[in-house]
Design a protein around this ligand. Structure first.
Ligand code: COA
Length: 149
């Protein structure tokens, strides 16, 4: 199986270490989610967390918290060694389907305004910029993007 063949499935607590490592590779040690946040998310029945794996290795993670009609995408990252293979698009598509199935009416997320690959992907899925929040991150603003489901 090559890099381009991947499998999507629900995230379990066994995947947390891999998810933390991918987050660190993507966002740096300071901004990466800590282990306890991933673990809490996986245990939370109001969360939907998915991973992509290639040859049994977890290479991407995406997750959302769902509260009644509202869903927030909390994390989305693909191991940089596996970018540009369509994994992000397929994983994000499955996450949106899962959120819809769970009954949310709209979904939103925060992204750095300079993160063009991610913003392009979100626009492709029908997300639109709602508002810019100054100093949302420790070192910059966040763009809030939203779409109805
Ligand atoms: C955003 C991200 C999840 C996309 O994942 P991905 O698996 O590379 O996405 P895909 O392969 O499905 O490609 C999505 C788009 O990005 C482009 N792309 C992204 N990285 C690329 C790369 N290294 N090489 C080629 N194309 C790339 C693709 O061409 C595609 O655009 P298109 O639909 O116009 O062709 C990934 O870049 C990532 O993990 N970034 C770091 C973490 C991050 O910023 N997460 C979002 C936080 S809000």
């Amino acid at each position: 199986m090559g890099k381009e063949a991947f499998n999507l499935r629900e995230m379990t607590s066994d995947d947390v270490d891999a998810a933390v490592a991918i987050d660190k590779k993507c966002f740096g040690k300071r901004d990466a989610w800590r282990r306890k946040y991933f673990l809490a998310a996986v245990m939370n029945i109001n969360s939907a967390y998915l991973v992509a794996e290639v040859e049994g290795k977890v290479v991407a993670c995406a997750g959302a918290k769902i509260r009644n009609e509202e869903a927030e995408i909390e994390t989305f990252a693909v191991d940089p060694d596996y970018h540009g293979l369509g994994i992000g698009t397929q994983l994000f598509s499955k996450l949106i389907d899962t959120i819809k199935e769970r009954g949310a009416a709209f979904v939103y997320l925060e992204v750095r305004p300079g993160n063009t690959p991610a913003i392009k992907l979100y626009e492709h899925f029908g997300f639109r910029a709602l508002v810019n929040i100054e100093n949302y991150y420790s070192n910059g603003d966040a763009l809030v993007m939203m779409r109805d489901l």
